[in-house]
Design a protein. Structure first.
Length: 277
């Protein structure tokens, strides 16, 4: 797991090892936070943790010199942290003083209705949606989020119950299709992006809720992926074989799509491709 996180964060495994023991740089912490989609609430708005801390200080009308006295850190250290440098220990100390009630923001989850909380991540892409996918992109070499009850046809499926793990095992093939647990959408999109950038798969398509509010979506996803916003709702299949339409919009995020594949999919499925950044 350290190796996987290190790869996604773009740092060494040793850096993650040290970070887990409260040692290391604020830059390493920031990289790990982004890779894990770990967001704090109770601090202040900001694209990075450094920005959040600075905005929190300014909002509370606390000067750098005053904060230095309250934290026991030097003004130079405070400035370094607000510029994205410094140590993990300094970041933690500033958080303790400026935002003692800060906590992790709960990850976004798909809402499937009352009574379905236990299995809301066990929803499978229906066969009628998969047919245009096969026609546009070809046969699926790998489904890294495989399930015995899923109607998705793939040459290979990673199934947790069989000891596979799509977040750990390397992906492969000409075409990979991903219908991930929606409660972990960001993690799986980052994993797909990582595997595509590594050249492990030529084309990767991910069917996920249309959530476009993250900085990562605008800074990275829009530049490297083609995004197709679906018109209408898709009726997913649950563990009991019942179908239910999603109460939210969906998008197909594709890494490595060709022009021909995009045209073929748009001809078969109502919606539109978002302009690339």
């Amino acid at each position: 797991m350290q190796r996987s996180l290190a790869s996604r964060a773009g740092v060494s495994s040793q850096a993650i090892y040290r970070l887990e023991r409260g040692i290391g740089s604020a830059k390493t912490l920031e990289a790990a936070v982004k890779a894990l989609d770990y967001r704090l609430t109770g601090v202040a708005p900001g694209r990075t943790l450094a920005e959040q801390l600075r905005n929190r200080r300014v909002k509370q009308k606390v000067s750098i010199s005053s904060l230095a006295k309250r934290t026991g850190l030097s003004p130079t250290t405070i400035s370094a942290v607000e510029n994205g440098s410094g140590s993990v220990a300094s970041v933690v100390r500033i958080l303790e003083v400026l935002a003692p009630k800060a906590k992790r923001r709960a990850p976004e989850r798909a809402y499937w209705g009352q009574g379905d909380k236990d299995d809301r991540d066990s929803r499978f892409t229906p066969e009628e949606f998969m047919q245009p996918v096969y026609a546009a992109f070809g046969g699926i070499d790998l489904d890294p989020c495989g399930h015995p009850s899923s109607p998705v046809v793939a040459a290979r499926k990673f199934i947790l119950g069989n000891g596979d793990d799509g977040m750990r095992d390397a992906w492969f093939g000409r075409f990979v299709y991903v219908n991930p647990p929606f409660s972990a959408q960001q993690r799986w999109l980052r994993r797909a992006h990582e595997q595509w950038r590594m050249g492990n798969a030529r084309t990767i398509a991910c069917l996920v809720p249309a959530r476009t509010d993250s900085a990562w979506f605008h800074e990275t996803l829009r530049a490297d992926a083609d995004v197709y916003f679906l018109q209408g709702r898709v009726r997913f299949i649950d563990l009991r074989g019942r179908s239910q339409a999603t109460p939210f919009s969906l998008m197909l995020v594709v890494f490595g799509a060709t022009a021909e594949q995009k045209v073929a999919f748009a001809d078969a499925v109502a919606g539109f491709w978002m302009d690339r950044k």
